[in-house]
Ligand binder design. Structure first.
Ligand SMILES: NC(=O)c1ccc[n+]([C@@H]2O[C@H](COP(=O)([O-])OP(=O)(O)OC[C@H]3O[C@@H](n4cnc5c(N)ncnc54)[C@H](O)[C@@H]3O)[C@@H](O)[C@H]2O)c1
Ligand SMILES: O=C(O)[C@H](O)[C@H](O)COP(=O)(O)O
Length: 375
């Protein structure tokens, strides 16, 4: 069997080598010729999987995307060809949750604000939105959820309308898929009119898809009156609107989901699906592939203050490093993709096992996901 895979997919050889020959290629520039004799195609979000990529291939048995978003997949075309497809729902949700929490802590630090005095509005309350809510709730921050689709279900959580969220939130984080049609389409969900409904100085974080926010409208608003913004995703990736970058406080190249755990789980979920499809038992486990946790002895107050929490979060992932690098490379040809390809995989909070020197467990840190170890 021949497996054509995105080169930016950790542990792909360890997990898939037993199935056949692995050919790892640049996913952004994958051509029809390169996939013409593939039996299995494993992609990430930068590969458009559609008729023009697959028309020459008559032997494809499986397409997998090691991502949460699937807007790069022509589902109707795969369906019409009867080609099985799987993605990896939720694989990097914790990573996104921790990225957004870190970003909000950085904004709070920069603007001398207490995050716990803020109300954070989360638009889209699925896997990534819930992961953000989990971190914020653990830290005692009030959260508003807007998700008109989940609001129609048995979901027991309380939901608000978009208008209510825009009117009440001191910070907004976006967690919707990109969609272009229907009552709840998310393309330019925050357009000039909606941006105008935000409270003055409301913070904005986008780690969903770039075109959920009208980037030109955001640029105009920031030029008229700067306010705190963190963007991980951009319209027109891999070429973000150059004038927008200097006006935002935190700028990164679509790496919110790039924890080692999140990326590895994406690959692993596809391994499980292919095993199922081929009716073979999985023989590999994800935990044996991941490196060991870090142990850190700390002396912490029972409830750390915001500065102490930020220090701890920066210890595991210092968002400012990615922000600094991004500002240097975003206008260089291939800079955006190269930074992603060479991104040093960060670990999730769970990889940091805290040994509190006074022997006590710090409740909010356990709730945030740090491995709490007391002695
Ligand atoms: N930056 C990154 O690295 C990164 C990583 C993972 C996912 N993402 C993006 O984030 C998106 C969300 O991921 P997820 O795991 O939370 O997906 P999910 O499917 O678990 O949740 C998405 C939620 O959005 C809701 N929704 C849809 N339209 C809406 C609307 N108009 N208003 C409010 N809510 C709406 C849905 O009902 C759903 O509950 C993905 O589709 C992907 O595009 C980005
Ligand atoms: O939808 C997702 O899971 C993320 O946006 C995705 O992981 C981004 O990374 P990429 O697939 O482009 O490497």
């Amino acid at each position: 069997m021949k497996l054509v895979v995105d080169e930016n997919m950790p542990f792909v050889r360890e997990l898939f080598a037993d199935f056949g020959e692995i050919v790892a290629l640049n996913g952004r520039h994958l051509s029809a010729a390169q996939v013409s004799d593939a039996d299995v195609l494993l992609v990430r979000s930068v590969t458009q999987v559609n008729q023009s990529l697959l028309a020459n291939n008559t032997q494809l048995k499986f397409v997998g995307s090691a991502t949460i978003g699937t807007d790069h997949i022509d589902h109707a075309y795969l369906g019409s060809r009867g080609i099985p497809f799987a993605s990896a729902p939720g694989c990097n949700a914790t990573s996104v949750g921790e990225y957004v929490f870190n970003a909000l802590l950085e904004l709070a630090d920069k603007y001398h604000a207490d995050l716990r005095q803020k109300t954070v509005g989360i638009i889209g309350a699925g896997n990534t939105g819930s992961a953000v809510a989990k971190c914020l709730t653990a830290w005692g921050v009030k959260v508003l959820l807007c998700d008109p689709l989940l609001a129609q279900t048995e979901d027991p959580r309380e939901f608000v309308t978009l208008e209510q969220l825009l009117a009440e939130a001191d910070a907004i984080s976006l967690h919707v898929p990109i969609s272009h049609q229907g009552e709840h389409a998310t393309y330019h969900l925050l357009d000039a009119d909606k941006l105008a409904l935000m409270k003055p100085d409301c913070w904005l974080v986008n780690a969903s898809r770039g075109d959920v926010v009208d980037n030109h409208a955001l640029l105009a608003k920031l030029r008229a009156q700067p306010f705190p913004v963190a963007l991980d995703v951009w319209e027109g990736e891999p070429k973000p609107l150059a004038e927008l970058v200097p006006l935002v406080d935190i700028a990164t190249p679509h790496i919110a989901g790039y924890s080692l755990e999140g990326k590895a789980l994406g690959t692993y979920m596809l391994y499980q699906t292919l095993c199922e499809l081929l009716q073979v038992s999985p023989t590999k486990s994800l935990t044996e592939l991941l490196p060991v946790n870090w142990y850190q002895t700390l002396t912490l107050n029972q409830t750390p203050d915001q500065a102490e929490l930020l220090r701890l979060c920066r210890f595991i992932y210092d968002l400012r490093d990615d922000d600094r690098q991004f500002r240097k490379i975003h206008q260089i040809p291939d800079g955006f993709d190269n930074m992603r390809k060479n991104h040093r995989h960060r670990r999730e909070f769970s990889a940091l096992a805290l040994v509190n020197a006074d022997g006590s467990e710090v409740d909010c840190l356990s709730k945030l996901g740090f491995s709490g170890v007391t002695r």
